[in-house]
Design a protein around this ligand. Structure first.
Ligand SMILES: Nc1ncnc2c1ncn2[C@@H]1O[C@H](COP(=O)(O)OP(=O)(O)OP(=O)(O)O)[C@@H](O)[C@H]1O
Ligand SMILES: [Mg+2]
Length: 462
């Protein structure tokens, strides 16, 4: 099997060099670049599977690069490298689409473990895509998890809405609360289910393009309109149009949308013929539309048209009782995906998950469980495989003044002996709890296990 194609972007020559040394002998192909610009160039040549990206780079910063690289190759795995104590940047990187982050300095056991996980993931991908497509077709109300009062209410209402003919729906709620999911479920459970569910993200296109995407255009309507093109409203005839991030639509286009909502009739750009369609519109936003109306950025009349049925998805922090169910649901589904048999989370881990604020809501929870399932080698997910901003575990003290602690004798001494002693002493201090000892040394439990084996450290009963 050919192994992954890797790009390392770091201005520290030594880091680039060690990646090459260490990973080439494992059969990976490794390219390196020492600045953001060079990194992007290499990226466009190789379209690598995996990128190790340093944040502090001459020229473009690592964070900026994530977006550009993701736009070029969405399924590229970016591992963000940060210095200790810059956890916020790492979190931002994860939010922007990085797959994982590692703290510098790291060791190559850690890196190889990450790469092996990515390989597993990629190998399952084809199978997964098929699975996902099947699931998407079969999505129903059982796939929206939550038994809290607020969720029950939403599910009940959504069921009624799905049975109604063409009622417009406005979905509100913070990012990651399940608006997309609910929109799709409403469609799949309506009598429109055999027609298209068309989604468009209103924030992702420039205004003029958005308009021609929605309404279509006649040949010659504008310079680039070389042929006639049907818009999404036409394509979705009989089905559902999901207008995501409706708050981003400009006021001129809002007027046109209002007309469509009122009459279900429109014209293509440059066209003279009225086109009538039978569509249900579901709009969504995580913005505060009332504030946008006050600032005259959103039209009141459009708002009233949209909110025939308005559902506000509650954030997780307002329905914490749903957390155990969600955790269980995602464990089961990722177990299937990654062929694992994780049984659940430990009491401690559950406590941590229940107490966290979940600014990224269900999406964040899902990602946390996915990551934990990938990393976990035991049957139960424990706190050490939860991101530290969630588990709140303090990173180990960073010693900068080693000379205060240690005097090097004339003849010097073996660095291996020191490492071995530190591991032995930390294990002792932790009562031979490997999880805790690994935390105290700032390494993963797998790294610790590897070292225990390497140094033949005896395992006392804790
Ligand atoms: N109640 C839920 N039960 C199961 N999965 C959920 C639930 N809510 C959200 N999810 C999952 O969480 C992820 C994020 O949900 P979704 O994309 O629907 O959020 P959103 O509200 O559209 O977010 P954004 O505003 O960022 O677009 C998806 O993978 C979705 O399937
Ligand atoms: Mg969404």
């Amino acid at each position: 099997m050919s192994r992954l194609n890797i790009l390392v972007i770091d201005d520290e020559k030594l880091i680039c060099w060690s990646f090459k040394q260490q990973l080439k002998k494992e059969g990976y192909s490794v390219e390196t670049a020492e600045s953001g610009e060079e990194g992007l160039e290499r990226f466009k040549e190789k379209y690598p599977d995996v990128v190790f990206l340093d944040n502090k780079l001459p020229g473009k910063q690592g964070l900026e690069l994530i977006k550009e690289m993701k736009a070029l190759k969405e399924d590229c795995y970016i591992i963000f490298m940060t210095a200790y104590g810059t956890i916020e940047t790492a979190v931002m990187a994860m939010k922007m689409g990085a797959f994982e982050y590692v703290n510098k300095p790291f060791n190559f056991d850690e890196i190889e473990l990450i790469l092996e996980n990515i390989e597993k993931k990629i190998n399952l991908d084809n199978e997964l895509q098929i699975l996902r497509r099947e699931q998407q077709d079969k999505l129903n109300f059982n796939h929206i998890i939550g038994t809290s009062k607020s969720m029950n209410r939403i599910i009940d209402l959504a069921k009624k809405i799905s049975q109604s003919e063409a009622t417009t729906v406005l979905l509100l709620g913070e990012s990651g609360t399940g608006k997309d999911l609910l929109a799709r479920i409403i469609h799949n459970n309506s009598n429109r289910k055999d027609k298209s569910f068309v989604t468009i993200n209103c924030a992702s296109l420039p205004e003029t393009l958005l308009e021609s995407e929605l309404f279509g255009h006649e040949r010659g309507a504008f310079t680039d309109a070389k042929t006639q093109k049907k818009g999404l409203f036409e394509v979705a005839d009989g089905g559902t149009v999901y207008l995501d991030e409706i708050g981003e639509v400009n006021v001129a286009l809002q007027v046109k949308l209002l007309n469509v909502l009122e009459s279900r009739v429109f014209r293509r750009l440059g066209g003279t013929e009225d086109i009538r369609v039978n569509i249900r519109i579901i709009a969504a936003t995580n913005q505060d539309l009332n504030a946008a109306i006050e600032q005259k950025k959103f039209r009141n009349d459009l708002y009233y048209r949209l909110k025939v049925f308005q559902l506000t998805m509650p954030p997780i922090r307002e329905r914490r009782e749903d957390i155990p169910l969600l955790v269980e649901y995602f464990i089961q589904s990722f177990n299937k995906q990654f062929r694992k048999s994780i049984k659940g989370v430990t009491d401690n881990a559950l406590k941590v998950l229940m107490n966290y604020s979940w600014p990224g809501n269900v999406r964040e929870l899902r990602n946390v469980i996915e990551r934990a399932i990938i990393l976990e080698t035991d049957e139960w997910i424990d706190t050490d495989n939860l991101p530290s901003e969630i588990s709140g575990v303090k990173p180990p003290t960073k010693i900068t003044d080693v000379e205060k602690w240690l005097e090097i004798p004339e003849e010097g001494f073996s660095i291996y002996e020191i490492e071995k002693s530190i591991i032995e002493m930390t294990l002792q201090k932790s009562g031979y709890n490997q999880t805790r000892a690994a935390e105290m040394m700032g390494v993963t439990r797998d790294t610790l296990r590897y070292k225990i084996k390497k140094y033949k450290i005896s395992q006392q009963d804790g």
